[in-house]
Design a protein around this ligand. Structure first.
Ligand SMILES: [Cu+2]
Length: 504
């Protein structure tokens, strides 16, 4: 068995290598005003001048326009806390607590030296009191003590933005962890007096971890799970609060030969993010939101309650996948976003496909499609057999085809075929269901050939996903047909795993 096991592991690591190979370093530097900037000491740039200004707030992934002011002003910020139910994944809803109706909350942009008059409103239909702690505030609690606001009330406090940088804000009402876990965080940019260097695109992306009582992608309304949160065992790790918030037609966009600046925050409440863009190198990073940039960075660490400013130049068209490189979070908990770059190929920098390899973003897409097919069917009530087959087919691409191949033929001597499999035909339904749930090891014979290998359990799959996958397999490639329901899967899941022996 061990020889076969090492073959499986070798195949898996080859896939991982193929997925991670990115572009070569591009020798392009962005204008480096920040690099040359003097050490920013907390400076009182004098009293506010001119008429008070109402701050423009934006929803993610948008960022308010640059400030072209050369004097400190009084800036009025009005932010409303709204508690509302929204989808966290396809077919899954969650009750979010938000600053401004979105997760992360509205982006706030001011200039160093500005006097900020902050108005925090709490919507009348809120169930909880809330407040705000801005990490860009100098003063006890960062504003939290002055901003405790009951439902239907408004509070006001004023602070001077002494330090330039990108800062997290969050709710700090007890239980603090729960308010943050429900989505109560966002970013405030305090521009240096000379402003930010000009770029072609600025985007706002913020990671957060979420804790639901149900499993990842388990359909229906999912309440907050305090125990999982205390154990720091998130169900979802997401960019901009929802699975798919920045993929498909909601992907961020740019063209080749442009400069992109990302304001990347991490609301936590628990996890630290290893932020990475597959196939890009960050030309410049203001790590931890600090003033002095680091250059040529592959992955930048963003603490919970921290942020960074990341800049790069686009050279080659394609889909660039942004991930938390703690990689199970990307492919099994949702921490995945896409920057789509359109424009001219540049073969001198990247050749395109020279070897046949599995491309990460293409594998991510069918997975999301599978979820949307299943979710539509779920919303409609029960799934017909055809809907199960359609959903299973999409899911097979990202889940089983890695080993059994898209055409179900397997790989001779390594992965057995599912197509016209006499082994499959001879199993009772419960044992069939237990294969994806519990895995399969030991000697088996399929279509006259022996296999003595290991199929790992696919515990990340929900009951309806297993049902759809098996229904697809049973009705494909000349297999005998049949149907598996999610209730049947739930029954097998509830039983102990069968002993893995040499006999099946
Ligand atoms: Cu709150």
């Amino acid at each position: 068995m061990s020889r076969m096991l090492s073959t499986v592991l070798a195949a898996a690591s080859m896939l991982a290598l193929a997925a991670c190979s990115g572009k070569q370093a591009a020798d392009v530097a962005l204008p480096s005003a920040a690099a040359a900037a003097p050490l920013a000491a907390p400076a009182d740039l004098g009293p506010p001048q001119g008429e008070p200004i109402h701050a423009v707030l934006t929803s993610p992934p948008h960022v308010p326009p640059p400030i072209h002011r050369n004097y400190p002003a009084k800036v009025i910020v009005e932010l409303e806390v709204i508690e509302k139910e929204m989808p966290i994944s396809e077919g899954v809803t969650y009750t979010y607590w938000t600053f401004g109706g979105t997760v992360p909350g509205s982006f706030i942009r001011v200039r160093q030296g500005d006097t900020v008059e902050f108005h925090l409103k709490n919507a009348p239909d809120s169930k909880m009191p809330h407040n705000i702690d801005l990490h860009g505030v100098t003063g006890p609690g960062g504003g939290a003590a002055s901003s405790f606001t009951a439902p239907g009330h408004e509070s006001q406090f004023t602070f001077k933005a002494l330090n330039a940088g990108i800062y997290v804000y969050h709710c700090a009402t007890a239980p603090v962890g729960m308010h943050i876990a429900n989505g109560m965080y966002g970013l405030i940019l305090v521009e240096p007096p000379e402003g930010m260097p000009k770029v072609d695109h600025e985007y706002y992306v913020m990671q957060g971890d979420f804790y639901t009582t149900g499993k990842y992608r388990q359909k229906g309304h999912q309440p907050f799970d305090m125990e999982k949160a205390i154990d720091e065992n998130p169900t979802y790790v997401l960019f901009n609060g929802h699975e798919g918030a920045l993929t498909g037609d909601k992907a961020l966009t740019a063209r080749t030969n442009e400069s992109v600046r990302l304001y990347i925050g991490n609301g936590g409440p628990n996890l630290v993010s290893s932020f990475h863009v597959i196939g890009e190198i960050f030309d410049r990073v203001q790590q931890e939101g600090g003033t002095h940039p680091q250059e040529n960075v592959q992955t930048t660490l963003i603490p919970a309650g921290g942020a960074a400013i990341v800049e790069f130049h686009t050279d080659v068209p394609g889909s660039y996948v942004m991930v938390d490189h703690s990689i199970f979070r990307a492919f099994n908990k949702g921490a995945l976003a896409i920057l789509k770059v359109d424009g001219q190929e540049n073969k001198a920098i990247y050749s395109g496909k020279e070897v046949d390899s599995v491309y990460l973003s293409e594998r991510a897409e069918p997975n999301l499609k599978a979820v949307s097919v299943a979710a539509r069917a779920h919303a409609a009530g029960t799934l017909s057999k055809d809907e199960q087959i359609a959903a299973g087919k999409q899911l097979f691409t990202g889940t089983c085809s890695v080993c059994h191949q898209a055409n179900g033929e397997g790989l001779p001597g390594v992965f057995p075929p599912l197509a016209r499999s006499d082994y499959l035909a001879g199993q009772d339904k419960n044992h069939l269901i237990s294969i994806p749930l519990h895995g399969l090891t030991g000697r088996i014979t399929v279509n006259g050939k022996d296999y003595d290998s290991v199929m790992p359990p696919m515990t990340q799959l929900t009951d309806d996903e297993v049902a759809n996958l098996l229904t697809y397999v049973l009705n494909s490639w000349g297999n005998a047909g049949g149907q598996v329901s999610k209730e049947e899967v739930a029954k097998v899941r509830a039983q102990p795993a069968p002993p893995q022996t040499a006999e099946h």
